[in-house]
Write a protein that binds this ligand. Structure first.
Ligand SMILES: Cc1cc2nc3c(=O)[nH]c(=O)nc-3n(C[C@H](O)[C@H](O)[C@H](O)COP(=O)(O)OP(=O)(O)OC[C@H]3O[C@@H](n4cnc5c(N)ncnc54)[C@H](O)[C@@H]3O)c2cc1C
Length: 281
């Protein structure tokens, strides 16, 4: 995408008003690391949204609220009990991209390699959107379609919310790429909530080898309510992922992608179970 103008508003109201007035020609510009993947629009104007006071991480009752222009490096550096987004953000290449790329930018326009949506999906986080008033949308619903298609002109993501993770809730995340700076071949995330020796809730999501981040409900349904026994994972994953549209990347076949998907999804389920039990990973 090429721009004919660049605006730098200082408040959320100013940014929203500029984007509303520009309509289809307006482009919310956060870290600006994705505009080269977006088709040209005649007369496009970038509206910088990094000076609106939307950067920072706050602890809330039971979790965190992360401002939309918080950078991926901020996520890596932040430390608090129950904080897991550092594990996800640190796998997004490279340090240069992490320094400018923002939470809002990572979740508003989805790509096959988008990582933060996986964590928000499995942890049942929230996405806060301002259309003048803030409304929180459940991540489980927000990521069922390309988010940008549901925004009105001027609507902006202002924050995301997620729970603090501690037993009996456990989180798992894994990503395979050919080199440190390459896009993912396959990424998986899981969250498991235990009720004693039972899998009370299972959330599982994949990307990289799929077109967009996707929740894997067939696997979740097959495991929920069953014994917290990792030997059940391989069968449930094998049965639950066959019908998905697996896409091999970086010269790998689709069949390789499906197989890699199965392996990684078992890994993240095992990680999440171990963490839910409070065992060191
Ligand atoms: C070489 C390279 C490799 C990468 N690898 C990965 C990877 O493996 N995993 C991964 O997750 N990411 C990866 N990324 C980053 C990812 O692809 C996006 O570029 C990045 O997350 C977008 O963040 P940004 O702040 O730069 O957004 P921008 O580029 O500024 O914006 C992205 C889109 O979101 C919109 N937008 C931005 N903020 C908001 C908001 N608050 N409200 C509404 N709309 C908004 C913009 O209008 C635009 O359409 C990679 C990027 C590069 C360049």
């Amino acid at each position: 995408m090429r721009f004919v103008d660049f605006l730098i508003p200082e408040t959320l109201d100013e940014a929203r008003a500029a984007l509303e007035a520009l309509g289809d020609r307006g482009y919310a510009f956060a870290g600006g690391t994705a505009f080269q993947y977006v088709s040209d629009r005649p007369g496009a104007t970038a509206v910088d949204i990094t000076r609106l006071g939307l950067r920072g991480i706050d602890q809330t009752d039971g979790g965190f609220r992360v401002g939309a222009t918080t950078t991926l490096t901020d996520l890596v550096r932040y430390q608090a009990d129950g904080w897991v987004l550092d594990r996800v953000a640190t796998r997004i290449p490279t340090h240069q991209v992490r320094n400018v790329s923002t939470v809002g930018g990572n979740i508003s326009r989805l790509f096959p390699w988008s990582d933060l949506p996986l964590a928000l999906l499995v942890l049942e986080g929230g996405v806060v959107i301002s259309d003048g008033e803030e409304q929180t949308h459940a991540a489980l619903e927000f990521f069922t379609a390309q988010p940008l298609n549901r925004f009105g002109h001027g609507d902006l993501v202002t924050a995301v919310t997620l729970p603090a993770v501690s037993p009996p809730l456990g989180f798992g995340f894994k990503k395979e790429n050919i080199t440190n700076a390459a896009f993912a071949l396959m990424t998986g995330a899981a969250a498991i909530t235990l009720d004693g020796e039972r899998l009370a809730k299972v959330r599982l999501a994949a990307n990289g080898a799929l077109a967009v981040p996707q929740r894997l409900t067939a696997v979740e349904d097959a495991l929920e309510g069953r014994a917290a026994d990792p030997s059940l994972f391989a069968g449930a994953v094998e049965d639950g992922i066959g019908g998905l549209d697996w896409r091999g990347r970086e010269g790998m076949s689709d069949e390789f992608a499906r197989h890699l998907g199965g392996v990684i999804l078992c890994d993240v389920l095992e990680q999440a179970l171990q963490a839910a039990k409070g065992e060191a990973e």
